[in-house]
Design a protein around this ligand. Structure first.
Ligand SMILES: [Zn+2]
Length: 248
């Protein structure tokens, strides 16, 4: 985040919520052994809400988003290397972070990644994200969302490294939210990142946007948890650190 960690929310979240709900599955990521399931393309107007808007200060260019994303990756590497070191293990950073723009441009385990998604691909040990979709979310919610998004996907890579595999996706997902919170709270406490006014609110708004539909059964394949569950998990990790995330 550094100096740029100060973005204010960008207007209504309705479009973003629609995009995320429609994208379904592991919207904010997912451990995917054999690649993510393909899912229907959301309607165009909700696929990239606000993507054409530019801020008055021009600070939400794609180039700048990528720069911020790179900072988030770097800080995640610092955080996880430290956690592994503290428990006497060596940390291998996630191999690559890959932005993509078109459906099928990147595949995971032989399956093309759909648009409007971000995912950790265990088959190739990389994180891939639809850059336009992510930039739209970044513009709508604020830059804190980007750190959350990366933190969540990165956590899936750490779960794989630790050999954690739950029976239900919701357990895997809520733990990744907790770990994303631990990464951000820990990085802020160790002054790797600086929290600015509005960032906590951006986390809350972002988590609200990625919650499952209330009708989604908790045990369903692809369930991530309701907005309330995801918010609770994230902030538990944020406040108490990794010990709150049941890493075993
Ligand atoms: Zn996930």
């Amino acid at each position: 985040m550094t100096a740029r960690w100060v973005r204010r929310p960008r207007g209504p979240l309705a479009g973003l919520v629609a995009a995320m709900v429609l994208a379904g599955g592991c919207v904010v990521g997912g451990v995917s052994e054999s690649g993510p399931q393909s899912r229907p393309e959301p309607p165009r107007q909700s696929a990239a809400p606000g993507a054409e808007r530019t801020r008055a200060d021009g600070s939400t260019s794609v180039a700048e988003f990528k720069e911020d994303f790179a900072v988030a990756v770097e800080k995640a590497e610092v955080y996880w290397a430290e956690q592994f070191r503290a428990s006497g293990r060596r940390f291998q950073p996630i191999r690559r972070v890959v932005p993509y723009q078109r459906e099928g441009e990147v595949s995971c385990g032989g399956q093309a990644l759909p648009r409007n998604n971000a995912v950790y691909c265990s088959a190739g040990d990389f994180i891939a994200y639809d850059v336009r979709w992510s930039v739209a979310a970044f513009r709508q919610v604020g830059d804190a969302f980007l750190y959350y998004l990366l933190g969540h996907e990165y956590a899936h890579g750490v779960q794989v490294r630790l050999g954690i595999r739950y029976s239900f996706t919701i357990q895997q997902e809520l733990q990744a939210d907790c770990m994303a919170g631990a990464y951000l709270g820990g990085s802020i406490r160790s002054r790797q990142l600086t929290l600015e006014d509005g960032d906590l609110e951006e986390f809350r708004e972002g988590l609200l946007a990625v919650g499952d539909d209330p009708d989604q059964p908790w045990f369903a394949e692809g369930a991530h948890g309701t907005a309330e569950q995801r918010t609770d998990s994230f902030f538990r990790g944020y406040e108490k650190g990794l010990s709150a995330c049941d890493l075993g």
